[in-house]
Design a protein around this ligand. Structure first.
Ligand code: PLP
Length: 385
């Protein structure tokens, strides 16, 4: 049951909302989280309801440390991992502590539009850095750093989504990851790596995180989240960064006053993970989303061949390039008339978007049949322009 005053999701009657980046409520692990809440009380007693430890519950920290060490070949050392209230909260908190008026954040363009919204709540300038098929453009990255310094601003950090990007679904190549890390290290510019889609890989391999590749442990601040791999309503994620930064955050007023972030939800996540539920749920998401991705891609090839579509290896999104004569706005209007909506690509750039338009299509929310119908309608809309 979706009650509008209970959730963020708003669906117009008769409209297939491919613009929403939400999971399918039918795939959220209601019964398993219900059981995890009971298990949390059994395991942790009243601690589950008390003010929490500043870095988040120890058992959750231990689980995440072990998982990261096995999967990524680098173990966060003591004090290098903390639980957050999700990436949105973690990013906001980080900016609150790090940013000084006039600083600049470099922003992978395109990437997550609502991260740009979070940045805009802080007294920083945001400067886009373009990408190509391999990932962030390293020459442009170095050039933007120079230009920011020349304008007497401090390039505080680069924000990026290198793995299964929102909106493109693409991942940076290994060579590109190393090239960007080298520049960041040389120029002493930190990287904020938003890594929320890492677990949603549909074709096996996933590139190593910038955090795990970085020779300098202080260079990358990496955010992970249970929002995509478990349930966004938990509002629980984690951050791996250097211990000094973690201390700076955990000693901040809001954590000093309120204890760790979202203690009860974090304790439920801990019990869920310790009882083996996490891998099962991830597999459930992967199986469902892989089928949805494939259905959407196939149907776009069949019904909307004018779109230039690449198959993403993971995440939530397909990012077709529109034909030259079709603007994002024209296609959106024509598509909505036929009952399908998407997010125009321009939203994901902080300044000028490329000449050719794009559409961000989310395949996580709907079953394959609905996605096929949406592709069919998009094809009709394109032909009508
Ligand atoms: C790239 C990216 N980062 C962060 C988020 C939000 O993460 P959280 O729910 O952990 O705040 C999203 C959600 O769409 C996202 O796509």
């Amino acid at each position: 049951v979706i009650n509008l005053s209970d959730t963020q999701m708003s669906q117009r009657p008769g409209m297939i909302e491919l613009g929403l980046g939400h999971p399918d409520p039918a795939l959220l692990p209601l019964d398993a989280i219900h059981a995890a809440a009971t298990a949390a009380f059994e395991r942790f007693g009243a601690n589950a309801l008390n003010y929490g430890f500043d870095r988040g519950p120890g058992p959750l920290g231990d689980f995440l440390t072990e998982r990261i060490a096995t999967r990524e070949g680098r173990r966060p050392e003591a004090g290098q991992l903390m639980v957050t209230g999700g990436t949105s909260h973690g990013l906001d908190h980080l900016l609150t502590l790090m940013a000084e008026p006039g600083d600049t954040i470099l922003f992978e363009a395109p990437s997550y539009h609502l991260a740009a919204h979070i940045l805009s709540d802080h007294p920083v300038r945001v400067v886009g850095v373009p990408t190509d098929a391999d990932g962030l453009d390293p020459v442009a990255f170095a050039d933007r750093i120079d230009r920011v310094r020349a304008s007497e601003s401090r390039p505080l950090a680069l924000y990026c989504v290198p793995t299964f990007n929102n909106p493109t679904g693409a991942s940076w190549t290994l060579a590109r990851r190393k090239a960007v890390l080298e520049i960041a290290h040389r120029e002493r510019v930190r990287i904020i790596e938003d890594d929320v889609y890492r677990e949603l890989a549909y074709d096996g391999a996933v590139e190593p995180s910038l955090w795990s590749l970085s020779p300098d442990p202080g260079a990358v601040i990496r955010f992970g989240s249970f929002s995509k791999s478990l349930a966004p309503g938990l509002r629980v994620g984690w951050m791996t960064a250097d211990a000094d930064l973690v201390i700076q955050i955990t000693k901040s007023g809001v954590i000093d006053s309120g204890g760790g972030v979202n203690q009860f939800a974090a304790m439920c996540a801990a019990a869920f993970c310790m009882d083996g539920g996490y891998d099962l749920q991830i597999e459930r998401f992967r199986t469902a989303y892989r089928a949805r991705r494939d259905a959407l891609i196939e149907a776009l090839h069949a019904h909307a061949p004018a779109l230039n579509v690449r198959t993403p290896g993971g995440g939530f999104f397909v990012w077709p390039e529109l034909p030259e004569h079709v603007t994002e706005q024209k296609l959106l209007e024509a598509a909505q008339l036929r009952g399908v909506a998407f997010l125009p690509g321009g939203r994901f750039y902080t300044s000028t978007a490329p000449k050719r338009g794009h559409a961000r299509l989310c395949f996580a929310l709907y079953a394959p049949d609905v996605l096929r119908e949406a592709a069919h309608k998009l094809g009709q809309a394109l032909r009508a322009i």
